[in-house]
Design a protein around this ligand. Structure first.
Ligand code: KIV
Ligand code: ZN
Length: 387
């Protein structure tokens, strides 16, 4: 039987921290409802103490959404936890996400403290949050740069204090996949009581390794992943939900399942991109404009013979219906012939050769060849029935 991997979406908290991406409450509710339809297990709705707007959004999202757990972020500070509990009062399933920095630099420079005192503050915060809710997640901020032995002590102490999930963030996106995977493995093997909690990944993408690190965590025992739509988030962003969901779907050998309805991935990606005014890079895995576009002649010829030659994902599986063959100066006759046939134009070989020659000349000048250009070259008109 497959293990379940819980999908914790933080688009509305870590994602929304990005300058220029702020959403109003109505827009946040729109995104939260889309995340519910997508099938995420946990929605991190905000950081209620940070502003009245965030507080209000957590309240309204709690009212608008039914199935996912609604989570609110706090520091390991009683006032934060009081406010988060208040903001979650209408949530059907609720979680408080509290935590503190555990790396030596955080302990020294952020808290002017020491390792023992940090453990005490962590334990006190978890116990305090448990007075309000049964589901408490603890984050060990900068766990990626925290030494494993000390991190294991922190994790053990917070689980004993009542944490149900323990988040191991690679806050600065520094870890290598092997290193992050080994960290999760170490915790799975050295923390007594680990079976009472779920370990969570939370990886940032500063060195482009967020998804690889997340998967290394999952392969070593983490059963929750913290992700965002389109990978948006602080600096270079967070792990992309769509990448993890499709890795799990493609690699049946991993024997893990998520609740994600993958056909909702593309529409959700478009919605978040347009509401946040944050374009998706064209070559972004899974949701970029070119993610399923075959443009070179050799690839197009292969795909037209059998899609398995160059496609590991059926675009329909992520909610994309578009034709994936893009016509450029690198395209071959097979692709042009196919597009003409889709448009209802069947040409003899000799005619096709002539149109192809004209097409190459045009494609050298014009980057984006559309269907109308093709029809003009073929001497046909879109409005006529060509068959
Ligand atoms: O990156 C990080 O460490 C975080 C925590 C607040 C969970 O976002
Ligand atoms: Zn983060």
């Amino acid at each position: 039987m497959s293990d379940k991997l819980f999908i914790f979406d933080t688009t509305l908290r870590d994602g929304e921290q990005v300058p220029g991406c702020q959403l109003n409450t109505v827009e946040k509710i729109q995104v939260a409802k889309a995340l519910e339809l997508l099938g995420v297990d946990v929605i991190e709705a905000g950081f209620p103490i940070s502003s009245p707007g965030d507080f209000n959004s957590v309240i309204e999202i709690s009212k608008a959404v039914t199935w996912p757990t609604i989570c609110a972020l706090t520091r390991a500070v009683q006032k934060d936890i009081d406010v988060a509990a208040d903001a979650l009062k209408f949530a059907k399933h609720k979680r408080i996400h509290t935590g503190i920095g555990t790396s030596d630099s955080h302990i020294k420079y952020k808290f002017n403290s020491n390792r023992e005192e940090i453990i005490e503050r962590a334990v006190a915060a978890v116990k305090y949050a448990r007075r309000y809710v049964d589901d408490v997640e603890f984050y060990a901020e900068d766990a990626g740069r925290t030494d494993n032995e000390y991190l294991a002590r922190v994790v053990e102490a917070v689980i004993k204090a009542g944490a149900t999930v323990v988040n191991i963030p690679d806050t600065t996106g520094y870890c290598l996949p092997d290193e992050y995977g080994a960290k999760i493995k170490y915790l799975m093997e050295h923390v007594s009581g680990i079976e009472k909690a779920i370990l969570s990944t939370h990886c940032h993408n500063d060195l482009g390794m967020a998804t690889a690190n997340t998967m290394a965590g999952v392969l070593n025992g983490a059963r929750q992943v913290e992700v965002t739509i389109n990978g948006i988030g602080e600096r270079a962003g967070n792990t992309s939900l769509e990448e993890v969901a499709m890795i799990i779907k493609c690699h049946k050998d991993i024997e893990i399942e998520t609740n994600i309805n993958t056909q909702k991935i593309y529409p959700t990606s478009r919605m978040v991109s347009s509401l946040m005014n944050m374009p998706v890079q064209p070559n972004k895995a899974i949701v970029g404009r070119n993610a399923f576009a075959h443009s070179s002649g050799i690839h197009q010829d292969g795909v037209l013979k059998n899609v398995q030659t160059y496609e590991i994902i059926d675009p329909h599986d992520v909610g994309i219906d578009d034709n994936s063959i893009v016509l450029t100066a690198r395209s071959g006759r097979a692709a042009l012939k196919n597009r003409l046939q889709v448009l209802g134009v069947d040409l003899e070989q000799e005619q096709l050769d002539k149109v192809y020659e004209a097409f190459l000349k045009l494609a050298d000048k014009k980057k984006d060849i559309n269907d109308d250009d093709i029809l003009v070259l073929a001497g046909a008109d879109r409005t006529q029935n060509h068959r």
